[in-house]
Design a protein around this ligand. Sequence first.
Ligand code: RNT
Ligand code: ZN
Length: 419
Amino acid sequence: MNKSILEAYLLAKTAYQKCGVDTDKVIQEFEKIPVSLHCWAGDDIKGFEGLGDIESQNVVTGAYPYPARNGDELRGDIDFAFRLSPLKHKVNLHSVYAERQRPRNDLDVEDFRNWINWAKANGYGLDFNTSFFAHPMMDNGFSLASIHKKTRDYWIKAGLDSRKISLAIGKEMGERCYNNFWIPDGFKDNPASRLTYRELLKDSLDQIFAKKYTEEEKQYTTDVLEGKLFGIGSEAYVVGSHDFYLAYAIKNGLGVCMDMGHYHPDESVADKLSAVRPFINDLMLHVSRGLHWDSDHVVIQDDRLQAVMTELKRGNYYHKIAIGLDFFDASINRVAGWAIGLRATAKAILFSLLEPTHLLEDLEKNGDYTSRLFLMEEIKNLPANAVWDYLLESKGVPLGNQAIDQMKAYEKDVQSKRD
Ligand code: RNT
Ligand code: ZN
């Protein structure tokens, strides 16, 4: 252990002790919280089906070289990104990452065998998503809410299969696999009938979710629905809005996925958690960063990220609300993007656990809002970074510049050989 890092940690430990926070315990807690990395940022959500140049409902901009081209490269890139992160990791798969070249609506768990074996060997967890996009069976950007029955039926089958796949993965991994449903269906310009497509989506979902899980199965999988305010190409209307899924999930005992980039910029996901959780047990977060019209910028240490993680801590939601990342930026090295987002998320989680929340709550209960605000400001400058450095150092994860150097070496030695 580097001497100055240890010394700084011991000073920080004392500073936190004075506020009633045990930094050693915080580190132990931190190490148990899983974060699911979105595999799809490694190749701009292209997947391995080789469908060629096809319209995608996920717009990824930038032309940085060296995207992963196959499962082995993508897995290697993820392994490397994880070496730069002190978190406990899961990997979030999309069905376009199947590796047996079969139709999108005829997949089973064996199509993900390489992923499962690799995850098991490395101690990663797994989550799943059906890819309702970038496919010839998309009907002008519509899938489950298409007015054409043939289109809906195609995607209903994909949704049904995904529940089987997710359950099978969960059972093999011995822990819950979150199965997320995001469907892009929507209109660039004003619809004549908003109702039509929501009725169709409801009907499609009713078919997909007709079968309920047993209590035993619920340990291994859960379905979560991800709404969105608008997308690029669906500015006027998204069928699966947050309200739609919230209502649908409550009525049908399903879960919800909240993506931090999917709301009006003034809305706060941190505020939504305690509003929704009394009615919906299974929640997943897509940790992301909305910027103007884009919902998926690389996650950085900002107030919104900290607010969400602080809320997870204050609400005692860690281990109850699942954390997944979701962002992509093809204008920078994709693996570095993962590392930046993982490290930002890790810091926000660590800093949330270091918060002397009990002191704030006491002040609030006593009606001393002046001191509450005062203390909230003071807390921001407690020596959290010394705890972060110590955490990295003790786990053998590179600090600051070292991490950048390793990233550059990986780009040169591994990624650049892909051209
Ligand atoms: C899109 C949603 C969704 C996707 C992935 C690829 O706006 O956030 O989660 O990013 O399913
Ligand atoms: Zn998302």
